[in-house]
Design a binder for this molecule. Sequence first.
Ligand code: AHR
Length: 325
Amino acid sequence: MLKRLIAAVAGASLALAALSACGSGGDSASGSGSGKLVLGFSQVGAESGWRTANTKDIQEAAKAAGVDLKFSDAQQKQENQIAAIRSFIKQKVDVIAFSPVVVTGWDAVLKEAKAADIPVVLTDRAVDSDASLYVTFLGSDFVEEGKKAGDWLVGEYKDAKEPVNIVQLEGTVGAAPAIDRKKGFEQAIAANPNLKVIASQSGDFTRAKGKEVMQALLKAHKDIDVLFAHNDDMGLGAMQAIQEAGLTPGKDIKIVTVDAVKDGMQALADGKFNFIVECNPLLGGQLMDTAKKVKAGETVAKRIVTVETVFDQAKAKEALPTRKY
Ligand code: AHR
């Protein structure tokens, strides 16, 4: 009997030791225990050069700011993001931040975070939930980005007397940048009735899908003048498809994209792309500042818009040597 009691006590101590070894990752922990702010961050995935730069910047900024970052990669799946957010709530992190893969379907988990009294910061992408469910949204104005792309085309084809056939490679279906860039672009090109979108399909923000969809579009349409791709990666994949079809990107088919990551900027400097609208992935510093303010109970702006520019071929050549991502 005594032996069994000793064995039971030893087992219980082992279980306790294992739990405390989990630190702030354990279910029952609250905060990091080190006085550091604990930030749970759910990233979309690693679908593009932009996303890789964004992840690196957030991780480096957390280190520099002394923030204990719990990072989770959702591999472009909403269910993974919801599971990660639920795990952050269980871990009682101080602040939750995430870049929502799609716009809809967040109400339930955001209400759970609110009930647990954990503030939520949206980074990069918006949701369609009630604004009372998050503290702030930090990121680009995607409608404006699409508009800038469209405005450039309107200027480029101001003297066109014949239809200009445009194909559009959209981002992930249901994602804020895909919805908003399409909207802004189509609003802007409406200024010139000669500018016509003859096909528009999703390339899921990846290079491989961009190439695959462009191959199909090139087979279906012999008269494409312009490609508008919602990001550099899809534009780069499509550029390969155009070359493999025996056409010259940047000349036979003009290419306009969004992001301005190094590979895209190189294609622009080489004359294979024609125009890039910048989407800045360096959100880490602002995110850490915002999380600290929120934790300290300070008021933050409900919307923090990222400052961005545009690049033509000459500007890309100038900017490339010092481009950070
Ligand atoms: O949400 C930002 C977008 O997501 C970037 O334009 C794109 O490259 C990424 O995958």
